[in-house]
Design a protein around this ligand. Sequence first.
Ligand SMILES: [Zn+2]
Length: 344
Amino acid sequence: MQDRLQALKEEALLKIQQASDLKALQDIKVSYLGKKGPITEVLKGMGKLSPEERPVVGAYANEVRDAITSALELKISELEQAVIEEKLKKESIDVTLPGRPVRKGNAHPLTAVIEEIEDLFLTMGFTVAEGPEVETDYYNFEALNLPKDHPARDMQDSFFITEDILLRTQTSPVQARTMEKHHGRGPVKIISPGKVYRRDDDDATHSHQFMQIEGLVVDENVRLSDLKGVLETFAKKMFGEERKIRLRPSFFPFTEPSVEMDISCFKCGGKGCSICKHTGWIEILGAGMVHPNVLEMAGFDSKKYTGFAFGMGPERIAMLKYGIDDIRHFYTNDLRFLKQFKKA
Ligand SMILES: [Zn+2]
């Protein structure tokens, strides 16, 4: 019986030695030490032995079992160690490789242009004012001298939520709201950038959503020449010191008189090219002296206070500045387009 146990021990130890993975070791454990294994079988025959032999064989059987168990444990830890070492080898880091650069994003071209314009007006003493994009009919139209039946409303068809609530068609309601907060006392000196909405069919020059930046100055003795000075400073800083500006008469319901401002073409210098449509001038923005009705409605005494306002489209400024030919590029989030505006 001892010989049989001895043979089983040697056989098991050899198999353990040759095992190449944890699964094989598990199988060996089950087949030799399990309840149906050969060692258990041998021990079942102990009853046939003499009382003197039993403790000797029993002790030897335990010895065999312990030898197999510890051989298994040793081999398992060896294999586990090997797995770890293999993994470490694969994951080794070559510290001599150059590092991967951290990818940095860049501001959207419209954000960049708006921030540039904001910075420029901040240096002239303006503050930035913002207001809601979902606006009431009163602030969007009526407070700006556009009563319900005014024909100029047709040019600003919007997305109505109710009869009296709509997506703002211009940033001018921020002007009305800001003036109201001043309770009839100047000075007011703000620019208001933001998104506006119109019911328009999208094409290369139209978008149902776009940006505006408006400016408003209200104080005593504000004159058209002050407006001209501010606009000229803006044009030179934005498009080059050698720019000239010209004001042409125009119409807006909320200003009187109203003007359009052109700048001398920055591409051809005024000789005429495709950008200026061969006129030498490029239309940049609309402006004017705040209509007395608008001042009165916002609580200002129009005999004491005057003011000027102007409004421009950052898309148009960006398109001119960077030679972009389609307004839809700003809103379709094509990375190939957006990445071109990364600052060096
Ligand atoms: Zn030109």
